[in-house]
Design a protein around this ligand. Structure first.
Ligand SMILES: [Zn+2]
Length: 302
């Protein structure tokens, strides 16, 4: 995974080397990971990129067992909660997909414990997928009878032109080589097939934009309370750009937002209160106009 691009520190999306510092950072053990924003294409990414060893350490099974809603971790709690509250979320996401493909062979990258894939199957698609965590693979088999391959997408031997839909749910922001992985997904698609990426977009919301401006103006960097799980931060513009750069003939981005009652609150009392107070107007604006969303669904067509 450590390509020349990563060693040189150039942008994973456009390969340019000019960047500005983005005011958040992470630690994994003693090692600090800064965040950069490319001056050319505005892509936001963690640098240095985590090594294979560091990724292995970050994604041990315990990743699944802690509640990590705010960092997008696929925790057991997240999955159970998502499954209970909502087919709301599942049907909303599949609703976007149905606008492009209402049936076909559906492949999920990082299928977790198989909740979404089980739902997709119940809607008439043929499903399969991969999952990196052995725990996810065994739970998906026990709970839903799904036979997921235990693999990272990087290592997965793809068969060209074999699927109609490739889905990344909360995955693309974790991949050290997102552009290459979207190209790989493109290869797996039949003509007219789609790749779908659902990602968080923390710095597209009102709170996120405010935080970027305020911390930037103060010259401060906020330490994020988790390891660098998210090595890429997408905005609507950079999510669309990465699909087009990966060879898709068109790309559409839909903006979603979490309901204020479901957001994870971190930080001190003032930060929590501010975040909660701003999520309500943000929710209304996103629902009405499709802007300032804290979640994105990008769809690229082959
Ligand atoms: Zn760039």
């Amino acid at each position: 995974m450590s390509s020349e691009t990563n060693i040189a520190g150039s942008c994973p999306l456009c390969n340019n080397t000019e960047y500005r510092c983005f005011p958040i950072h992470y630690y994994l053990g003693e090692k600090r990971f800064n965040v950069r924003k490319c001056r050319t294409c505005k892509f936001i990414f963690v640098f240095p990129r985590p090594t294979d060893e560091e990724i292995g350490a970050m994604y041990a099974d315990e990743y699944f067992l802690h509640d990590g809603a705010d960092c997008g971790a696929h925790s057991m709690t997240d999955y159970e909660t998502a499954a209970q509250q909502g087919s709301v979320k599942f049907s909303e996401i599949l609703g976007y997909i149905k606008q492009f493909k209402s049936s076909g062979d559906f492949f999920e990258v990082g299928a977790g414990m198989g909740y979404f894939l089980d739902y997709v199957r119940s809607e008439g698609y043929t499903v399969n997928g991969i999952e990196y965590s052995p725990l996810g693979v065994s739970k998906a088999r026990e709970k839903f009878g799904l036979n997921l391959s235990r693999s990272s997408f990087e290592q997965f031997p793809e068969s060209p032109k074999s699927h109609d839909i490739v889905f990344f749910g909360d995955v693309l922001e974790h991949l050290v080589q997102p552009l290459e992985m979207l190209r790989k997904a493109h290869c797996m698609l039949r003509h007219g097939g789609i790749t779908v990426a659902e990602v968080p977009s923390m710095f597209n919301s009102i709170v996120g934009r405010g935080a970027e401006i305020i911390f930037g103006a103060l010259g401060k960097s906020k330490r994020m309370p988790m390891p660098p799980y998210h090595v890429n931060e997408f905005t609507p513009a950079t999510l669309q750009r990465i699909f087009l750069s990966a060879g898709y003939r068109e790309a559409t981005v839909f903006q979603r937002i979490k309901h204020p009652s479901t957001i994870a609150l971190r930080g001190n009392a003032f930060e929590k209160a501010t975040k909660l107070a701003l999520q309500y107007p943000n929710y209304i604006v996103t629902k009405a106009f499709g802007i300032l969303g804290d979640r994105l669904v990008g769809i690229g067509v082959k």
